[in-house]
Design a protein around this ligand. Structure first.
Ligand SMILES: Nc1ncnc2c1ncn2[C@@H]1O[C@H](COP(=O)(O)OP(=O)(O)OP(=O)(O)O)[C@@H](O)[C@H]1O
Ligand SMILES: [Mg+2]
Length: 293
């Protein structure tokens, strides 16, 4: 009998014996590695009516990492994060130019269903926004409308466990989500997002309404989630960006020729450690040291 490599068994045994014992057995066909970039923009600009809010943004968001967006109020952080799952489509008068790609595909291409896109790229907002439904139904809601065929009880439990909320709510799943504390409500919203099994989670200031203990719980949770998800978080809290993120993008307000008002631009996008210890752009340095913004 011959092996797949065309080497008779005894010779194959000899060859194996001469290999270091720790050498892994290579699979016959290796699966292609996923692209390390999950979301990318090229020359992205956004207008609200005639006002340019965000100008010429080119950024690559790495897979299974946490990317923080920081910058002064009004510089377009929320606008940018909303471009990633076409939430700006829902805003009257919002218009976009340039490219946004998800897994290499243009998200604005004809035939892309924005609802399907938002299932794969979920969003958690600043203010926890549970539905006026039971804890159980808050989590089960998305799966139900997507026609989930698996065991719903199991999905609800898994999602609540993943959101580090199960132990606090397992005995009161039929109580209203609105009865939970703010920090618990935010974790419920995270569980609701996880239940539709997205690939990316966008978070727009998810902790700004939370106390330090709830904030720490959400931060721990993010660290755990990044093994399976890509996270993009907008935060005004620079300590938080330093604690949780792998890379940080610093947006700034800049005079745009002929615009008559300032618009958001990307000043710097670097590994977080580097951005906070050795910023390349003087505007980033001014912002992180509190001199602007
Ligand atoms: N729905 C909207 N309609 C009109 N203009 C808007 C809308 N949303 C945002 N803008 C404008 O776009 C610019 C960027 O706003 P955006 O909310 O993205 O900033 P931000 O960086 O998230 O600010 P903050 O830190 O205060 O949340 C601002 O000038 C804002 O007034
Ligand atoms: Mg914002």
């Amino acid at each position: 009998m011959r092996s797949l490599m065309g080497v008779s068994e005894p010779r194959a045994e000899q060859a194996k014996a001469s290999l270091p014992t720790v050498a892994p057995t290579a699979p016959a066909i290796a699966a292609p590695a996923p692209d390390p970039i999950v979301l990318s923009t090229r020359g992205l600009s956004v207008w609200y009516g005639s006002a340019l809010a965000l100008r010429d943004i080119t950024i690559d968001i790495p897979r299974n990492q946490i990317t923080a967006l920081i910058g002064p109020s009004g510089c377009g952080k929320s606008t940018l994060i909303r471009c990633f799952n076409r939430m700006n489509d829902l805003i009257n008068g919002a218009r976009m130019e340039g490219e946004v790609r998800f897994d290499g595909e243009l998200i604005s291409a004809p035939g892309i269903d924005p609802v399907g896109l938002r299932r794969r790229i979920g969003m958690v907002f600043q203010k926890p926004n549970p539905f006026p439904k039971s804890i159980y139904n808050n989590v089960a809601w998305g799966a139900r409308i997507n026609g989930y065929r698996g065991d719903l009880d199991d999905l609800v439990e898994r999602s609540l466990r993943r959101a580090a909320l199960w132990d606090e709510v397992k005995t009161k799943l039929n109580r209203s989500g609105l009865e939970l504390s703010g920090g618990q409500q935010q974790r419920l919203c995270i569980a609701r997002t996880l239940a539709v099994e997205p690939e990316v989670i966008l978070m727009d200031e998810p902790c700004s309404a939370l106390d330090p203990i709830s904030t720490a719980r959400v931060e721990d949770l993010m660290d755990d989630l990044k093994n399976d998800y890509t996270i993009v978080i907008v935060t005004h809290n620079m300590q938080q960006a330093r604690r949780v993120s792998d890379r940080t993008a610093c947006l700034m307000l800049d005079e745009a020729p002929g615009e008559g008002h300032r618009t958001g631009i990307l000043a710097e996008f670097s590994p977080t450690d580097l951005l906070f210890t050795n910023p390349k752009d003087p505007r980033t340095e001014a912002y992180i040291t509190g001199r602007i913004g």
